[in-house]
Design a protein around this ligand. Structure first.
Ligand code: AN7
Length: 350
């Protein structure tokens, strides 16, 4: 534990002797068995992959550690990304760790507070733009053409390489691949990475099968499902508020090759799953993370049968990233004077 993904999976990563080993304790995240929802949904076994347990609270750290290592290997002194929040938090952390300049371009006011706080805390140069993630990514790509700075968005293949280690971990823990993997889709890098990981581990003889890849966009930000870019993507799940995903084609291939699909879930379905996860399983994921569970529930309701199947839902980021959404959904909070009698009365015990 705590060795980080570069040391843990070095032989499966394109490392050279010059690739530095960077480690903030990313990876080795828990694969936790469901105690409630799996049974209700008729799953043989249901597991949650808790990527919120990574050092900056999301799966991005797996890819960022390797992208930063390769940037340093190539002599780079600065990294840059566009972000809906988690990539910027992760880039800021690993950049700080390695003494790099970090530039993050983010859509003003559209980033969950916890993520913004992280980018500030780690000392990144933050540029808010009046526009969305897709605008920010376009600007970042243009900046990389003109200035000596390394791109660490998931267009960078080393991000995908690092992120594929999550599939390795699932197989290492279960002893084989699951039957289904449910995963949120935004810029579509992560579903691409998981599929690459499952294919490579299968080829290496570490699993007997590969899972069906079940990717879910938010309905208001569902370009892949619609078949065309969405100009003004909208969803409560700000992490996946993306209208023109960079890894569009590879996400479609992952779904097709695996016998899976890419579909979408509504904000109501996302918020319902977000609350089910925390209140029924004790797992507090951020809203975008809940798109995986919302997808599983949707598929169950459309008649899919998961009996006897092993199902994994990827919980991509911690709920602490987005306190506003949690607070907006708060149930009754009782305010009373600070004495025993008042509190007992409020609780119905007086
Ligand atoms: C919690 O941080 O795109 O499909 O800029 O933060 O690989 O994009 C975040 C994406 C799912 C979607 N869950 O993954 C960014 C960013 C969480 C996320 C996704 C994101 P991709």
């Amino acid at each position: 534990m705590g060795r980080g993904v570069i040391l843990n999976y070095r032989e499966f990563l394109p490392c050279t002797d010059a690739t530095p080993v960077i480690n903030l304790g990313e990876g080795d995240t828990p694969l936790v068995a469901s105690v409630s929802l799996g049974g209700q949904l008729g799953c043989g076994e249901l597991y949650f992959k808790l990527e919120g347990c990574n050092p900056t609270g999301s799966f991005k750290d797996r890819g960022m550690v390797f992208a930063v290592a390769k940037a340093i290997e190539s002599g780079s002194k600065a990294i840059i990304c566009a972000s809906t929040g988690n990539t910027s938090a992760s880039a800021a952390a690993y950049g700080a760790r390695c003494g790099l300049d970090v530039i993050v371009i983010v859509p003003e006011g559209k980033i969950a507070r916890g993520k913004f706080a992280q980018a500030i805390a780690y000392g990144a140069n933050i540029v808010n733009i009046q526009g969305n993630f897709d605008d920010a990514l376009k600007i970042v790509l243009a900046l990389c053409e003109k200035h000596p700075v390394s791109l660490v968005n998931s267009i960078n293949p080393f991000r995908i390489e690092g992120q594929k280690t999550a599939s390795f971990e699932i197989i290492d823990v279960l002893g084989d691949a699951p039957d289904y993997l449910f995963i949120p889709v935004g810029n579509a890098g992560n579903i691409t990475a998981y599929w690459k990981g499952f294919v490579e581990y299968h080829r290496a003889g570490k699993s007997t099968k590969k899972p069906r890849m079940m990717g879910f966009e938010a309905e208001g930000a569902a370009p892949i499902v619609k078949g065309y870019p969405v100009k003004e993507p909208k969803t409560v799940a700000s992490a996946i508020r993306i209208g023109n995903p960079a890894s569009w084609k590879s996400a479609v291939s992952a779904a097709a090759e695996s016998g899976g699909l890419i579909d979408c879930v509504t904000d109501d379905e996302i918020l319902e799953s977000y609350q089910l996860l925390s209140t029924r399983e004790g797992i507090f994921g951020e809203p975008a993370s809940a798109a995986s569970l919302a997808g599983l529930i949707k598929m169950k309701n459309t008649g899919m049968d998961f009996s006897g199947k092993k199902v994994v839902c990827v919980i991509t980021g911690t709920g602490l990233k987005d306190p506003e959404t949690a607070l907006a959904n708060s149930r009754s909070i009782i305010n009373v004077p600070g004495d025993l009698a008042s509190v007992e009365k409020a609780l119905g015990w007086g």
